[in-house]
Design a binder for this molecule. Structure first.
Ligand SMILES: [Zn+2]
Length: 670
């Protein structure tokens, strides 16, 4: 554990600097290098020293500020009331102290507490004016936040317009909540990032925070963020109890925590039993939590309890420790990716964490190893939670063996022995040999993988054998395999031969999109492959698309477009594609959309905010039915879908005499 004692002012300043560095990794780069648990311990250590030595407090001390700094590229606006961060604890005793303090301050012991999940996401403040979502701000520095309104609007569970039932909608209400990403989506997101050769997110929270700070809402929409609301600025003007608050928010159609995830507690025992119950079901939740939040239920008491520095006194977060284990690093090996990137991997003494045995953990890159000073034979703490990839959190330096050498990136590729180079402007190292066997093996595995050609019985081991035996060196060789060749392989019996040949044959009729995936074009993942397939319909046509034409496909960016053009400029690639086709691989054209649908080939323009769909949802529905969407109204527009508070597009449509649709009419046509 990085737990340590501050002895003097120098230690203190060192810790301040270290924490500032951690904050930078955490908030600016969304890539923390220590666990939250360790971070919290360091902050506590810092606070303890500052309490004893108030005259020495450094003006930049992380304890003095709340949350993240503001990000460039966003406009900043003030919060109606400051967004505080909660004090937190891992200890039952401190929880007990919290309750005692409340009793003392309120001068009574008959106090109810509302307990809720502590979502492991990023805080958001959402403003509704006359029922319409007008602004969403991040916590920022607590007083001012980044305007992420457009990004927040991509969250499908969040109403753009408050539902009104019996309740009158307030003129202005600022709802507070937490933006998060579901575990399964997080998993897919990281898989895709790996596929595209990008850094993976350390955990769902960083993925949510990072996504919210993307400058392109279209990209944000792809992250499928979600939100849970749990509070209101100036809550006392709206409700009298925190427990009631949930239902109050729910009536407006705002997403709140499930009923079983908040509770009214009378005392410490009640709170602890709620905490235990939640911790037990934690694994089964579709999202990550890192503890529970305990709030005084009586909202009026919140104001009278006041604040301490950066946190309100009426609430505390009781956090669950992350699932960690101690083990040793037996070795650090290098894995070569299909694009030649060298990834260091820690080979661990197998150990059991969070329901599974862990024997390997990615060390990401050299930078990461140097930052944490990880060496072979070190005793380390590893952490795993939910679907998160196991990681090495920190080294126990007190157990370091004498002579443990610093890790160095190999100068030569361990597989082909060609030179390794540092990728310009990145932390990555790459094998420079285009014909590297290591890279080639990865490319072949990628070709046969589930989301590409999906050749069922051709996994890593079989592929490795086929390559070693000299039977396969490029994808088309797979389609030349026959019974005779396979019978030469060790362990291959009649049945396994038949299975493999059958699955190879079956893969010939792949979808066009999977075929594109299988080519392994850099920056083309499954989503881009879908877009390219639907647009070009045919490999010959795809090969001829220019950069401009590619960029014009919605969802294809500059980098991907360049990479696609570059790929098809290489004669070797064209030859290989030709060979695959001549061996019977026949990518199936994407299904034509039904031509008899009312939307077919019609051009839609959307204006105003819709009640039942987000814009992206509406666009998707139109596209699925063969229609198109455009951002501006012209003579060619067939329909303008008009939501509430429509813009100038509505005026223009009326002027040009273009048919307008209400949301109800649109739904009926669907
Ligand atoms: Zn190599």
């Amino acid at each position: 554990m990085t737990h340590r004692k501050i002895k003097d002012q120098k230690d203190y300043i060192d810790l301040v600097n270290e924490l500032i560095e951690h904050d930078k990794h955490y908030y600016k780069e969304a890539k923390p290098i220590i666990s939250d648990y360790d971070y919290d311990l360091l902050i506590k250590e810092l606070q303890a020293f500052e309490k004893k030595n108030p005259t020495l407090i450094h003006p930049n001390s992380p304890s003095l500020r709340i949350g993240e700094a503001l990000t460039k590229g966003f406009k900043h606006f003030s919060h109606l009331t400051p967004m505080m961060s909660l004090a937190n604890t891992y200890s039952k005793d401190e929880l007990k102290d919290f309750i005692k303090r409340i009793y003392k301050l309120l001068e009574k012991e008959d106090v109810k507490f509302c307990t809720e999940l502590k979502m492991d996401g990023t805080a958001i403040s959402i403003r509704y004016e006359k029922g319409h979502l007008t602004q969403a701000l991040t916590r920022g520095n607590g007083k001012t936040g980044d305007d992420v309104t457009l990004n927040i609007k991509t969250i499908k569970t969040l109403p753009l317009k408050l539902h009104s039932s019996e309740k009158n909608i307030p003129d202005l209400i600022e709802v507070r909540g937490e933006v998060f990403i579901h575990k399964n989506i997080f998993k897919k997101l990281n898989e895709k990032r790996e596929e595209d050769g990008l850094d993976v997110f350390a955990n769902p929270r960083n993925a949510a925070a990072g996504s919210l700070k993307l400058l392109d809402p279209k990209e944000v929409a792809k992250r499928h963020l979600d939100v849970i609301c749990y509070s209101i600025a100036n809550a006392e003007n709206f409700v009298s109890s925190q427990f009631e608050m949930h239902n109050y928010l729910k009536e407006f159609g705002l997403p709140i925590s499930s009923q079983k995830h908040f509770n009214l507690c009378k005392n410490l025992d009640d709170i602890l039993s709620f905490a235990n119950k939640i911790e037990k079901t934690r694994e089964k939740l579709s999202f990550e939590i890192d503890g529970i939040v305990i709030k005084v239920d009586d909202i009026k008491a919140h104001k009278s309890l006041g604040f301490t520095g950066k946190s309100p006194r009426y609430a505390v977060a009781y956090k669950f420790a992350a699932e960690q284990a101690i083990t040793t690093i037996k070795d650090i090996t290098i894995q070569i990716g299909r694009t030649g990137i060298l990834t260091p991997v820690a080979e661990l003494e197998p150990t059991f964490v969070a329901g599974s045995t862990i024997s390997r953990a990615t060390l990401h890159n050299l930078d990461e190893i140097q930052r944490k000073d990880i060496r072979i034979t070190d005793t380390v703490i590893i952490e795993k939670g939910g679907d998160v990839i196991p990681k090495v959190v920190s080294v126990d330096f007190s157990k370091r063996k004498k002579g443990a050498k610093k890790f160095e990136m190999p100068k030569k590729c361990p597989i082909c022995l060609f030179d390794v180079e540092n990728v310009k402007g990145e932390v990555a190292y790459r094998c420079t040999n285009l014909n590297c066997k290591g890279q080639n093996l990865r490319r072949l595995i990628y070709f046969a993988a589930k989301n590409a050609m999906d050749i069922e019985h051709l996994g890593i081991k079989v592929m490795q054998t086929l390559v070693e035996r000299g039977f396969v060196s490029k994808p088309s060789d797979i389609y030349l395999l026959n019974e005779e060749m396979l019978s030469e392989l060790e362990g291959f019996k009649e049945k396994s031969i038949k299975n493999l040949l059958d699955s190879i044959k079956k893969s010939k009729k792949c979808t066009f999109s999977r075929f594109i995936m299988a080519l392994g074009i850099k920056y083309v993942g499954s989503e881009s492959a879908d877009l390219l397939a639907n647009f070009s319909k045919d490999i010959k046509k795809l090969q001829k698309l220019t950069t401009e034409e590619l960029i014009n496909i919605e969802g294809i960016g500059d980098i991907a477009a360049d990479s696609i053009v570059e790929y098809f400029e290489d004669q070797n690639n064209l030859d290989e594609i030709e060979k695959l086709l001549s061996l019977g691989v026949s990518p199936q054209k994407p299904k034509e959309t039904k031509k008899d649908h009312l939307f077919f080939s019609k051009i839609f323009v959307l204006t105003g905010s819709l009640e039942h769909f987000t814009r992206d949802e509406a666009k998707k529905l139109i596209k699925e039915r063969g229609g198109k969407t455009s951002s501006s109204v012209s003579k060619n527009t067939d329909y303008v879908l008009v939501g509430s508070e429509p813009g100038s597009k509505f005026e223009k449509a009326k002027k040009l005499g273009i048919k307008t649709l209400t949301e109800e009419e649109f739904s009926a046509m669907l």
